[in-house]
Design a protein around this ligand. Structure first.
Ligand code: MG
Length: 177
């Protein structure tokens, strides 16, 4: 691993999210609308995977989390497309001087089966993040023994690589000295 200045040139980020299934709303996972009798409730569009990716990216650059940046009590985000949250996280990653190396995810849900939709979800996340599809892992498990059959859960890790020295890093150094 390369070391530049005082810091490592790579960062890891981890994100987790869960949403409850509710009848009468569309199901969106990774920006893909999936035919199902229930969707994921929430203040925004309830896209559990995009929320976990967003938090993983924010965590990797030590930014505030998704709930702090986009408060559920703020009416601006009611029904919002979660791609908006992801775009802000990507902006912060770029301005911190990093780019995404890869994204890996595990969805935990009883239904619907994710396998038939995994390729479409991978393509969608690739489009939204500008990361090649072969650098995006989409895995799914059923919640055996967890008692969470009416929820969808997403775990995400991201790896970032430094591509430029951000201005903020220089100003941080000044503040410390
Ligand atoms: Mg969420």
């Amino acid at each position: 691993m390369q070391i530049r200045g005082q810091g490592f040139s790579m960062r890891i980020g981890y994100g987790w999210d869960s949403h409850e299934f509710k009848r009468g709303i569309p199901l969106k996972i990774g920006g893909v609308e999936i035919a199902h009798d229930k969707g994921l409730g929430g203040h925004s569009d309830g896209d559990v995977l995009l929320h976990a990716i967003t938090d993983a990216l924010l965590g990797a650059v030590a930014a505030p989390d998704i709930g702090t940046l986009f408060s559920p009590s703020d009416s601006r985000w009611k029904g919002a497309d979660s791609a908006v949250f992801l775009a802000e996280a990507l902006r912060r990653v770029k301005s911190a001087g990093y780019k995404i190396v890869n994204v890996d995810s595990t969805l935990v849900l009883a239904a619907p089966k994710i396998g038939p939709h995994a390729a479409a979800i991978r393509e969608s996340v690739s489009h939204l993040t500008a990361v090649p599809p072969d650098c995006i892992g989409i895995k799914a498990k059923t919640p055996e023994g967890m008692g969470t059959d009416n929820a969808a859960i997403a775990h995400v890790v991201v790896l970032l690589e430094m591509v430029s020295s951000p201005k903020t890093r220089k100003s941080n150094k000044k503040q410390r000295s």
